[in-house]
Design a protein around this ligand. Sequence first.
Ligand SMILES: O=C(O)C1=C[C@@H](OP(=O)(O)O)[C@@H](O)[C@H](O)C1
Ligand SMILES: C=C(OP(=O)(O)O)C(=O)O
Length: 427
Amino acid sequence: MASVMEREKQTTILPPSAPLVGRVTPPGSKSITNRVLLLAALAKGTSRITGALKSLDTKLMAEALRQMGVTVDEPDETSFIVTSTGRLAAPAAPLYLGNAGTAMRFLTAAVALVDGTVIVDGDAHMRKRPIGPLVSSLRAFGIDCSDADGYPPVTMHGHGHFGSGRVEIDGGLSSQYVSALLMAAACGTGTVEVALTGSDIGARGYVDLTVAAMRAFGARVEQSGDAAWRIEPTGYRATDFHVEPDASAATYLWAAEVLTGGSIDIGVAAGAFTQPDAKAYDVIAQFPNLPAVIDGSQMQDAIPTIAVLAAFNNHPVRFVGIANLRVKECDRVAAVATELSRIRPGLGTEDGDDLIVASDPALAGQVLPTRIETYSDHRIAMSFALAGLKIGGITILDPGCVAKTYPAYWQALQSLGVELDPVMGRM
Ligand SMILES: O=C(O)C1=C[C@@H](OP(=O)(O)O)[C@@H](O)[C@H](O)C1
Ligand SMILES: C=C(OP(=O)(O)O)C(=O)O
């Protein structure tokens, strides 16, 4: 066994000798938790959020809201109780959002509702993730804000309201820009129209998720045509809200099930999710005959999962529509190609913005000692752990990075009978 000193630095997966069988419920959805935390903060009164995700990304959102005078209580492991005046107060210090894309983007628009100056910042990774299109769109709408050459930190000089009229946004790099504007727009002085310009948004399902959450908190938002939304200045109404489990987290369990020929009950049917990544279920279910070409544009966070699965497929797989993966927690196109090829040279290659996984069913059962670099990216850690279910010697470096969205991930694998060296607790 590895020494205590090494515990936080790595963990090695021992391929299970039997199919994985058991019950694991994924944690609450990150996307939905961070939407409803913000909407509850913009509503006057008390909202009880149950089934919520408690992880780095949602704790950073909750902390930022507290800095702006909102009371966010945490009575148990899966609930937040949010009490607000419906207004966000100017914080005494910059808001620090780590590498939480949802928190960074959603708050960049929402802090326009503050009467005063707010700095919205993240960690070194976030400072490389573009915010320029959102900031330019806010500026063109008449909101006084600036960024650092298209990247965080953002400095906002808010006037206590969002204004009214038409705000245009290029959501080509991130759908989160569109969601951010939509959520802030219900706190306008009049009707706001949010209109897409430029390239279409990749994962539209996330915008649908935003609209659904807004409606649950009393907003009136209607889609006009394919590329615009009209939002009435209703503000938000405090509401009790139950968050569904995280579909991206579910992809690791679905993949573990098909890879080991097991049976993992995640407590919710794939068809019951409202999040876009649930589309991955139908793809994963086709293993070991995954489609030869997979369009990842509508299930982006599931692509590292499916790419690792593809390594054991019966034939190669080309992933298309995944250029946005280059601006996630790390450049996931490069990271997946590099780390697959660390397992076996040529297993993953980049072709423009596409990813090609060569696939080799004979990998299963081999011992190929490999140290997987995770680039502080939870999804690289969680997806490459799947390779360790079939190949001996897979070591995941910095396993604690799963804390971003799935702090109990290693515990979940262990509860299904997977042995880890060292044994891992909650991150
Ligand atoms: O709106 C959301 O909750 C999310 C949108 C997606 O990001 P982009 O819109 O940047 O593609 C996704 O990758 C992210 O994990 C969550
Ligand atoms: C891209 C992701 O996160 P975010 O953009 O919210 O940081 C993710 O969770 O895979």
